[in-house]
Design a protein around this ligand. Structure first.
Ligand code: TRP
Length: 362
C-alpha cells in the first residue's frame, strides 16, 4: 500500500517563516517527490475553535489567509487535497468513539497540552474541547489512513497519542486503523526557528514573526532589527553564534549557492561563523546577507500570493472541492470503524437474521 500524508495548521493567523522551514517547505518537497499516493492538507478550524471559541470571526478570516500561504508556497491543489476540517462531520464522529479509548490522566500528561494550558492561563478553566483536542487530532490523521505526518517538533506528543489510540482501537475492535509516523525536517535549525527578538518561539502575540506575506521592506526592516549576540558590541569583538537568531536563520535558509552569489569571500556558513566567533565581523554585514537570502526565498512566494489574491473565489473553490474529496475518504474510514465497532446495524444482514431467528425459536 502506498504512503499517505495528512497534516495541517490552525487558522489563527498568517503563516510565518517558522512554519515555512518547520513544515511547509518540507510538504512541498514531499508533494513533488512522487513518493506519496495521496496528500491531504487540512485547515484545522475546528481545532482552532477549541481555544478561540469566542473568536469565530478570527478563525473564519484566517482560513483564506492560510490557504493563500499554502498555495503560494507551492502546495498544488492538483497534487494535494487542501480542505477545511469542520466541513467533515465524520472527523467529529470518530473523535466521539476514540474518547472511550483514552483516559483523562493520559490527556493530562500530554506535554503539548500541558504547555498550552500554561501559556493560555487555562489551569482551572480548561474547556473540555481544548483538553481533548489530541483525540480529535488522532481522528484527523486516522480518517485518511495517513502513514506520514510532517509537522514541527512541538507536535510529536500528538502523533504519539494518535499512535496509542490506533493501537488500542485495533486491539479492542480488530485491525482497522493505520499507525502514523511523524516526519521531522532533517535540519535541526528548522525544528524551532526563534523569533526575531531571540525568544524561543515565533508567535503573533509576541510580535516577533517574519510572515510569508510580509513585503520586501517589512522583511528587510525585521532582519536589520534582529536580536544577535548582546555582547558583540564592536565589530572587533568576538561574537557568539550559538543561540544567535541571525545564525540560526542562516542555518535554516542559506545554501552554498547563496554564498557563491552574495558572499563569495566565504566558502560557506562554517567559515562565516568562525569569523564571527573570532571577531572582526559586524552584525550589519551578516544581516545584509541574511536579508538577501530571505528575499530570494520569499519573493517568488510573495509574487504567487499577489496573483492568487486577485482570485479569491478560486481559492474558496479549491477548498470546497478539496473538502468534498477529503470527505469521501473520511467517510470510507468511518464506515470501516463502525463495522469494526459493531454499530453498523442496518447494513449487517446477518445481525438482523440472527435476531429474527432468536425470536422465532423463543
Ligand atoms: N495541531 C496542529 C497545529 O497546531 C494542527 C493540526 C490539527 C494537525 N490536526 C492535525 C497537524 C493533524 C497534523 C495532523 O498547527
Amino acid at each position: 500500500m502506498g504512503k499517505i500524508i495528512l497534516t495541517g495548521d490552525r487558522p489563527t493567523g498568517r503563516l510565518h517563516v517558522g512554519h515555512y522551514v518547520g513544515s511547509l517547505r518540507e510538504r512541498v518537497r514531499l508533494q513533488n517527490s512522487g513518493d506519496f499516493e495521496k496528500i491531504f492538507i487540512m485547515i484545522a478550524d475546528a481545532q482552532a475553535l477549541t481555544d478561540n471559541a469566542e473568536q469565530p470571526e478570527k478563525v473564519r478570516q484566517n482560513i483564506v489567509e492560510v490557504a493563500l500561504d499554502y498555495m503560494s508556497c507551492g502546495i498544488d491543489p492538483e497534487k494535494s487535497v487542501i480542505f477545511i476540517q469542520s466541513m467533515l462531520p465524520e472527523l467529529t464522529e470518530l473523535s466521539f468513539y476514540y474518547m472511550n479509548l483514552v483516559t483523562v490522566a493520559r490527556l493530562q500528561r500530554n506535554p503539548t497540552v500541558k504547555a498550552e494550558i500554561q501559556l493560555r492561563n487555562f489551569e482551572a478553566s480548561i474547556p473540555v474541547g481544548f483538553f481533548t483536542y489530541p483525540i480529535s487530532q488522532a481522528s484527523d490523521i486516522t480518517a485518511f489512513r495517513a502513514t506520514t505526518v510532517p509537522v514541527g517538533e512541538d507536535q510529536a506528543p500528538m502523533i504519539e497519542q494518535a499512535r496509542e489510540i490506533v493501537h488500542k482501537f485495533n486491539t479492542v475492535y480488530g485491525e482497522t486503523l493505520v499507525e502514523p509516523e511523524i516526519l521531522l525536517p532533517d535540519n535541526r535549525a528548522c525544528l524551532r526557528l526563534p523569533g526575531i527578538d531571540g525568544k524561543a518561539k515565533m508567535s503573533k502575540s509576541l510580535g516577533n514573526c517574519i510572515y510569508l506575506a510580509d513585503t520586501e521592506e517589512e522583511v528587510r526592516k525585521k532582519v536589520m532589527s534582529m536580536f544577535t549576540d548582546p555582547n558583540h558590541l564592536r565589530v572587533e569583538d568576538p561574537g557568539n553564534v550559538v543561540g544567535n537568531p541571525v545564525f540560526i536563520y542562516l542555518e535554516a535558509f542559506s545554501t552554498p549557492e547563496h554564498f557563491a552569489e552574495y558572499l563569495p569571500e566565504y566558502a560557506g556558513l562554517t567559515e562565516l561563523k568562525e569569523h564571527y566567533t573570532r571577531g572582526g565581523l559586524g552584525d550589519v554585514k551578516v544581516k545584509k546577507f541574511l536579508n538577501k537570502v530571505l528575499q530570494e526565498e520569499l519573493s517568488p512566494i510573495r509574487a504567487r500570493r499577489k496573483a492568487l489574491e486577485k482570485d479569491i473565489p478560486y481559492v474558496y473553490e479549491v477548498l470546497k472541492k478539496g473538502s468534498e474529496a477529503a470527505r469521501e475518504t473520511a467517510a470510507e474510514t468511518l464506515s470501516q470503524v463502525r463495522r469494526a465497532m459493531k454499530i453498523n446495524y442496518f447494513e449487517d444482514q446477518s445481525l438482523i437474521a440472527e435476531q429474527a431467528l432468536k425470536y422465532q425459536n423463543g
